[in-house]
Design a protein around this ligand. Structure first.
Ligand SMILES: Cc1cc2nc3c(=O)[nH]c(=O)nc-3n(C[C@H](O)[C@H](O)[C@H](O)COP(=O)(O)OP(=O)(O)OC[C@H]3O[C@@H](n4cnc5c(N)ncnc54)[C@H](O)[C@@H]3O)c2cc1C
Ligand code: FES
Length: 278
């Protein structure tokens, strides 16, 4: 089987074939994709792809599956505009253009051997799921694994079956919270920040990985710092409008750095003073 080194060809669009497609939320569609010609996508959790539909356009989409699942990759796309609406019309057997993988992912070699605290807000679970499942598939390479997931309502939760599986594992601490819910919801209600004080962690050996809507970072990071997690042990993934995905067009610039090329994953200590980052 030919192994495509896509990182060296960021200009080339490869043909992807959709193996399966289904709605997994009110506005979110899941795609399982293979590259044509038996090519394999070589990626790190946290990286993204430029997904193209001829005649419509191109958009950045995070790879949601773990690289430990070899042979295919998974994307989840919320319908918000032109390209994402066109993607929602695609079904099993249809084709998409794939450029990438793009950007800097989570630093697995640095995280190995340490405790991991995942904090996912809303759609942040889409890219974080890649690293969470990587850590679960390689469970012996990591210490304690804790996952905090926050969402607007229970109806907005994605990957429900997987959340159940994570919750049942004895070697994973999983907590979920929603902003608001009907009275029959048995889980937590409140902001994701309210879960952090209750997490039992050893700050020296914990890396926190935070992905969520822009408003979330300031408050979550303040709670993590209260728990004495060093700034250098906090990683975030940021989102910006992107066009080229490879550091040329300047659309994703944040105070002199490019979200597409230098990120989307950043060590918090390195960007905390970048006023355009948060
Ligand atoms: C690194 C990265 C990873 C991403 N991963 C995912 C993912 O896994 N799943 C997913 O559903 N979406 C993801 N997105 C967001 C996705 O790229 C945008 O929703 C998409 O580009 C919108 O394209 P469109 O043509 O459908 O919308 P357009 O018609 O271009 O715009 C529709 C609306 O969305 C707004 N918009 C467009 N792009 C962005 C953006 N990047 N951030 C905020 N608002 C935007 C526009 O301002 C407009 O209001 C990611 C973005 C980045 C930068
Ligand atoms: S998207 Fe063009 S520079 Fe980042």
């Amino acid at each position: 089987m030919e192994r495509a080194v896509l990182l060296k060809s960021p200009y080339l669009t490869y043909e992807g074939k959709i193996l399966s497609a289904k709605m997994i939320g009110k506005e979110e569609k899941y795609f399982k994709i293979v590259l044509k010609g038996g090519r394999l996508l070589d990626f790190e959790p946290g990286q993204f792809l430029m997904v193209a539909i001829p005649g419509v356009g191109e958009a950045p989409v995070s790879i949601s599956s773990s690289p430990s699942q070899v042979g295919y990759f998974e994307l989840v796309v919320r319908k918000v505009g032109t390209l994402t609406s066109a993607m929602h019309k695609l079904e099993e057997g249809d084709q998409v253009g794939i450029r990438g993988p793009m950007g800097v992912g989570f630093p697995i070699q640095i995280l190995e051997g340490s405790d991991l605290l995942f904090v996912a807000g809303g759609l942040g679970i889409i890219p974080l799921r890649s690293l969470i499942n990587y850590a679960i598939d390689n469970r012996r390479d990591f210490g304690k694994v804790s996952i905090l997931l926050g969402c607007k309502t229970p109806e907005n939760l994605l990957f429900n079956d997987e959340l159940d599986t994570w919750g049942k594992r004895l070697d994973v601490n999983f907590s979920c919270i929603v902003d608001r819910a009907a009275p029959d919801w048995k889980g937590n209600v409140g902001l994701i920040t309210s879960l952090i004080p209750g997490v039992n962690l050893d700050s020296e050996r914990t890396f926190a990985i935070v992905v969520g809507p822009p408003i979330m970072y300031k408050f979550v990071i303040a709670e993590l710092l209260k728990k004495k997690i060093p700034e250098s042990q906090i990683y975030v993934s940021l989102e910006r409008h992107m066009k080229c995905g490879i550091g040329y067009c300047g659309h994703c610039q944040m105070g002199g750095i490019y979200c597409c090329k230098n990120g989307p994953v950043f060590q918090y200590s390195k960007i905390k003073n970048n006023i355009e980052a948060f």
